[in-house]
Design a protein around this ligand. Structure first.
Ligand code: G16
Length: 502
């Protein structure tokens, strides 16, 4: 390590005095102006991680669904999963080290994680469309370069695209070509094959239309690039493409999910298919309006359920006894869990919020469907299941079985199955609060007042807020319960400002 260069460059990316940041649900995330030193240091960390695992590591500069003024960083491990939890602590140590300690911390990490400093390092970088992202990705590059790492800057890409590039690179092209063209070709080919086999209503001219709210983010740019690869009968219409309004403002998957209403700037006619991405296009939720004007949201719970029904039918057709399960978080609506378990007879597991937790659990099954209610998710096929399916798609003599295996094969190729407020502390997959004292008891008492209800609270790991979840038999009851729980949080957890309003 060139200690003089490290000193010189870290002084160019100084840490604001007294600032301590926590590694959150998906990495560091806060106001963009507080992140320059973090980006530089995550460049350092990526080099160390790359040396430790002798593979390419990814760094995505994005704050996803957060407001435009925020920014953040997501680290991508060799097969496209999120950074291994054992390294989150190193990331926190590096991000919070005072300048004079930086070198010492790097040496300590190298010792603890058995990093061979003489190995080569390679890092892929991507960024979203936030005004602050370009400069922050330059700080990442400074961090990589000062430790002698090689990098490839993909510039503006979606988070799933960067995950894909990293996975392609580390599987030496087995997963696909590590280029945007490779990404568009692989996904559109699988998609084209799939929709040939799936009956779905189309408009008079045999066309399928989809209105897409791009959250004024990167999704708009990348979908425009991808459109020429789509089959002709699929017509996409982009809204909130970032040319006029601010990122995530009154639009995007998070807004639609939280407010249960369409985004600004997208007019829906009855039964038109619509969907929303978030700011880095790694979440999707679908929705439509029926002929009576009622809004229907197809969130992660419903997507997981629909995919499970589809997969279960196909797996039965191919006649394989593959173990399938669904992974959810505490936010999953109770009726979706009941439907999956009781009607569909698919086992359901509940884990903590964060794609990394769901991904990890889903890896335990032959086919692991995981979705967060907010629209993050995918399906994981174990290597053995994938090999079997590909073999059946090629060699099976029974026509029906072979066709079903081909559909599954296209699913595998389309899914892009790479991964993957601190006063309130929680347990039981975040469904129960252990601190502050009395809060959980209060919530339990409130829940008893409403039929078919559930509620829980947890500190967000991406924003400076406490999230409150409530469900009940009717919308009014759920709203009332949410308000009562928010008042309990306000009083028992030291809420600031005016009490929450209904
Ligand atoms: C990130 C994580 C998700 C999580 C979300 C909200 O998403 O990847 O797994 O659901 O944050 O987390 P929290 O409730 O802790 O704020 P994104 O799309 O913001 O990167």
């Amino acid at each position: 390590m060139d200690t003089e260069a490290l000193k010189k460059y870290s002084a160019l990316h100084p840490k604001p005095a007294g600032l301590t940041l926590q590694y959150g649900t998906a990495g560091f995330r806060t106001k963009a102006e507080q992140l320059d030193h973090v980006m530089f240091r995550m460049g350092l960390l990526a080099v160390l991680r790359s040396k430790a695992v002798a593979s390419t590591i990814g760094i995505m500069v994005t704050a996803s669904h957060n407001p435009e003024e925020d920014n953040g960083v997501k680290l991508v491990d060799p097969l496209g999963e999120m950074l291994h939890p054992s390294w989150e602590e190193y990331a926190t140590q590096l991000a919070n080290a005072e300048e004079q300690e930086l070198q010492k911390i790097i040496t300590e990490i190298c010792q603890k994680a058995a990093v061979n400093q003489h190995k080569d390092a390679s890092v892929f970088i991507g960024r979203d469309t936030r005004p602050s992202s370009e400069k922050l990705s330059q700080s990442v590059i400074d961090g990589i370069s000062v430790l002698g790492g090689q990098y490839h800057d993909y510039g503006l890409v979606t988070t799933p695209q960067l995950h894909y590039m990293v996975c392609c690179q580390n599987t030496r092209g087995q997963y696909g070509k590590a280029t945007l063209e490779g990404y568009y070709e692989k996904l559109s080919k699988a998609f084209t094959e799939l929709i040939k086999k799936v009956n779905s209503p189309s408009s008079g001219e045999g066309q399928r239309h989809l209105k897409i709210d791009c959250a004024n983010g990167i999704g708009a740019l990348k979908l425009s690039e991808m459109e020429p690869y789509f089959p002709k009968e699929v017509q996409i219409h982009l809204y909130n493409d970032g040319t006029k309004e601010k990122l995530n403002h009154l639009c995007g998957a998070d807004f639609v999910k939280v407010h249960q209403k369409p985004p600004r700037g997208l007019d829906m006619n009855p039964n038109e298919r619509c969907c929303s991405f978030d700011g880095d296009a790694d979440r999707i939720v679908y929705y439509y309006k029926d002929t009576t004007g009622h809004f229907h949201l197809i969130d992660g719970d419903k997507i997981a359920t629909l995919i499970s029904i589809f997969l279960k039918e196909l797996l039965a057709k191919v006649g394989q006894t593959l173990k399938m399960a669904v992974v959810q978080t505490a936010y999953a609506n109770g009726s979706s869990t009941r439907y999956l378990e009781q009607t569909l007879k698919v086992p359901v597991h509940c884990v903590k919020t964060g794609v990394k937790h769901l991904h990890h659990k889903a890896q335990e099954f032959d086919v692991g469907v995981y979705f967060e209610a907010n629209g993050h998710g995918t399906v994981l096929f174990s290597k053995a299941a994938e090999t079997k399916i590909r073999q059946l798609a090629k060699e099976e003599e029974d026509d029906e079985k072979r066709e079903a295996a081909k559909v599954l094969e296209n699913m595998i190729d389309l899914i892009n199955q790479v991964a993957d407020r601190r006063v309130i502390d929680t347990t039981d997959a975040e469904r129960r609060a252990v601190t502050p004292p009395g809060l959980q008891e209060k919530i339990d008492a409130l829940v008893k007042k409403y039929k078919l209800s559930r509620a829980f609270v947890r500190p967000s790991g991406t924003e400076d807020v406490v999230r409150i979840y409530a469900e009940a038999e009717t919308q009014e009851a759920a709203d009332a319960l949410a308000h009562e729980v928010s008042l309990a949080v306000y009083h028992l957890a030291g809420g600031r400002g005016a009490p929450p309003q209904p």
